[in-house]
Write a protein that binds this ligand. Structure first.
Ligand code: PLP
Length: 387
């Protein structure tokens, strides 16, 4: 059987292997007995929040986490009834819809709490609140200077039965440096916040601070829940420490649209940033920077076609890019499939290679795949069958 079914495969495809999601949840569960909040923000890091969320829950994740209420409501509209937590809100966030849809709300200030309380009263329901504490990241979360006021406001809202105090959460600064003392200090501060809430009559049911890196390397920092994101998608949160047995979920591939011979001295693509040193063959691929292939990777990335690697030559354009086939000994032809990145098996290219070439992290690469890339979902080993 041919690996890729040309007729049924989009010209540019982001194939999402949901069995890899299940596998990765299994890897995470082997590292912790805490409940897993699978983070599916940013449309599941570019993999599809609904599909990945369902697969993660089926594999034993306890709940889902997202950034915005909009993202949470999308999960609810898709019929996902598991607990969902959303933790970043603008001034006109729709807390009312979130409360109606039973979305747990992360709250980072007393101003935000006031809005949640007002929405809960208007809806005639109690809001489930998780207070996000800033234990050092200085991003969102209640800062230490505002803690006492926020804590007291939370206790008051609990006493008035307009909210239930569900959790306390925080986010680590240096989880990718597992032995850094800040990890311990931040976790102590989380525990102190939880203790402080209990003292004022607003005890929390759950505490959580660990992301992927901490879940995999600092099991002692896990509290009731952990919040892995990138590991769910099969990417190592600390590449220097290896892959932890995770399997990358996304394979980005493009159809070879044409193969043509060009003579020595022919420049390729805008500005002729590459000029063929010899007579050669080039293949055209329908993938460009509007689809999330960074233009900065021009003349730096390589793709895999029928098991062989070929280098991109010339500028990566908005919609297209070119690879050099040399004398084309393997006989690449139109309709063949070029893997831009995938699991890395069989010396295949990876999103990590792209990231390292341009000084970023593979989180940015995978969450940036967009444009004409069509997502398809498979739940077995990659065979070309779309389920
Ligand atoms: C994105 C995010 C996570 C997941 O982080 P990973 O490094 O992808 O595991 C967890 N918690 C919060 C608050 C986040 O914003």
């Amino acid at each position: 059987m041919k690996e890729w079914d040309v007729m049924n495969t989009p010209a540019l495809e982001a194939r999402i292997d949901l069995s890899a999601v299940s596998h990765n949840i299994g890897v995470l569960r082997a590292h912790t007995s805490a409940g897993i909040v699978a983070v599916v923000k940013a449309d599941g890091y570019g993999h599809g929040a609904v599909e990945v969320g369902r697969a993660a829950l089926a594999a034993g994740a306890a709940q889902l986490g997202v950034t915005t209420i909009g993202e949470a409501l999308e999960l609810r509209r898709a019929g996902i009834t598991a607990p969902v937590l959303a933790w970043l809100h603008g001034g006109n966030a729709d807390f009312g819809s979130a409360i109606e849809a039973d979305v747990q709300l992360g709250v980072s200030s007393s101003r935000e709490l006031d809005a949640v309380v007002a929405a809960a009263r208007a809806a005639g329901r109690t809001a489930s609140v998780t207070v996000k504490v800033d234990t050092g990241l200085a991003r969102n979360g209640v800062h230490i200077t505002e803690w006492d006021d926020t804590r007291d406001a939370l206790a008051k809202a609990v006493a008035e039965q307009v909210i239930t105090m569900h959790g306390v959460m925080s986010h680590l600064v240096r989880a990718d440096e597992p032995d850094h003392p800040l990890n311990d200090l931040q976790t102590e501060r989380l525990d102190e916040a939880a203790d402080d809430l209990a003292r004022v009559g607003a005890p929390v049911a759950v505490r959580h601070i660990a992301n992927s890196a901490a879940t995999l390397t600092r099991p002692d920092l896990a509290r009731d829940l952990v919040r892995p994101g990138i590991a769910v998608y099969g990417r190592s949160p600390i590449p220097e420490l290896g892959d932890f047995g995770l399997v990358p979920v996304m394979t980005l591939s493009a159809e070879v649209l044409s193969v043509k011979k060009i003579p020595a001295g022919q420049g390729v693509s805008y500005s002729h940033s590459w000029v063929a040193p010899n007579d050669t063959n080039v293949a055209l691929l329908p993938a460009g920077y509007a689809d999330g292939v960074p233009r900065l990777l021009s003349n730096m990335l390589s793709v895999q076609i029928n098991g062989h690697r070929y280098r991109n030559v010339g500028r990566i354009c908005m919609d297209q890019m070119v690879v050099d086939l040399g004398q084309n000994p393997a006989g690449v032809s139109a309709g063949d499939r070029a893997v831009l990145f995938g699991t890395g098996a069989g010396d295949g290219p990876t999103a990590l290679e792209w990231a390292e070439a341009i000084g970023t992290i593979d989180y940015e690469i995978v969450s940036g795949i967009r444009g004409r890339a069509v997502r398809t979902y498979v739940s077995g080993p990659i065979t070309g069958e779309v389920v």
